[in-house]
Design a protein around this ligand. Sequence first.
Ligand code: XCC
Ligand code: SF4
Length: 627
Amino acid sequence: MLLKKEEIQARTITEDGRLFLQKAAQDGLETVWDRYQAQQPQCGFCELGLSCRNCSMGPCRIDPFGEGPQRGVCGADADIIVARNLGRMIAAGAASHSDHGRDLVEVLRKVGEGKAPGYGIQSEEKLRKLASELGVAQDGKSAEALAVAVAEALEEEFGTRKKALAFVGRVPEKRRKVWEKLGITPRGIDRETSEMMHRTHMGVDNDWKSLLLHGLRNALSDGWGGSLIATEVSDILFGVPKPVASEVNLRVLKEDQVNIVVHGHNPIVSEMIFQAAQDPELLQLAEEKGAQGINLAGLCCTGNELLMRRGIPIAGNHLMTELALSTGLVDMMLVDYQCIMPALGEAARCYHTRMVSTSDKARYPFMEHREFRPENARQLARDLVQEAVESYTRRIPAKVLSPPGDAVKMMAGFSVEAIVSALGGSAGPLIDAIKSGAIQGAVGVVGCNNPKIRHDYGHVTLTTRLIQNDVLVVDTGCAAVAHAKAGLKVPEAAEKAGPGLQQVCRALGIPPVLHMGSCVDNVRIFDLAAALAHALGTDISDLPLAAAAPEWYSEKAVSIACYAVASGVYTVLGTPPPIFGSPNIVKLLTEDLDDLLGASFAVEPDPTKAADLILERIRAKRAALGL
Ligand code: XCC
Ligand code: SF4
């Protein structure tokens, strides 16, 4: 059934999205938007966070109108139930990022042990830096020996033996004191998540405030632990990102080439596919089959990882993953984990696309499973690229629609190291620009897409308004892809910025919106914020900074938002989190946290209003600094 024009326009602001929503409908493909519609109305108790199924005396729900039951079977009230549910969301998000980090540590160790052919140490400098930060002796150790020792020290971060995670040392002292006072210094990555699961079991922590405080600690174990490890070890293994030019949207898929799309999060798989896709023998094979080459493209965060380090083009963000298949041009899609909709395998059956899952812990219906391990990754990647070439010959011409026009140009690769070097070697010029008011402040616009919000509208509207007001935007994840598609990531986009920011961008040759990577790379933003705070001798919460997740959907985003606020950064959420069943918790998170942490949450689905909230906050922080 064809979709009405208005329906399509209401779903997405993107041109390629609109075209392929119709194509998908023509092909009879069900999308995330169709399923979202079929779910209406969604459960009001769950939306408010007022349902609980933590035990088998339940499930229970609290009547928000005060007429029905106000306690679960165990006696838990609205505050306890909302806090427990939020706590478990944080735990799931922190666990996801941190388990991703752990997989990288495993590869680092195997590289050191010589058991991971094809992988290597791309940044020995970062390895050595991390070693000294972790107190690992370097005395003449080879890079390989050091990799093993550093991996061992990182493994300790996951455990239960420490009083504080090593990377808490990067946090400004004032902030560390705040955490100590509140008792939320993260101790062990797995410990905090495990403790959250314990506390939220029936009959354990029934004080909603203490539950939420532990939620912050759990989130900090992600931000200054699991995610940070994921980013640092990725940099060691695959290189520290540097500014790189690339392209974005579905037009990066090429009709005359073998298209391999990587989707998921962990660069362990995508980097090996990247290597294999350049193998001269495989390129030769592609040519023999009539293809002009092997075209690798990314989706979601593993796409961002490849984009940041290799300039590999990106086909789209979260809500585009099904639509990418509907081009009929994807010869193989390789997935690892997180944000891979279980619907994808079945969707691909409409086309010739080979769907391959690669991680033992992430299986999907209608996908074939080919297990990647450090030991076999190089060979398996080669095999799979070869199979993708075979798959190219089985395209179904009647199902192919090549997106017309050109992809949008973009720039990525802004690691902290790259930003500092663009500034001429220190953060000084950035601080000067903030002091002079040329740049009013900086905001991290991050997070997902969500069919509850018009696709990309939240990101692009918010960010455009911020840069117009001389606020530098840094971004990651699906937000970063949205901004790129909207053309905000080329140096010429400076013309869309206010006069001050425009001048800074032109002088440095950078876009007004800087791509800092995948979602684990949000830690880069906090590294930068901590460095600025150090340089000024203040706390992060004193700086004119903010964060926003206008279209978030994932539990990981909840963890990120919580460590952002706990680190001292005011954070505005577009999609309402399931907390509104507890007025006490809403008040704590949106008001009282300001006194405790110097930062709080706001919930504002309208991105224009969200921008105004942020601008107001930045003005207040500037005034307090006497700027
Ligand atoms: Fe997933 Fe990371 Fe969200 Fe995008 S932004 S939908 S978490 S891919 Ni991470
Ligand atoms: Fe119900 Fe309490 Fe069990 Fe939750 S923990 S399901 S509120 S009895």
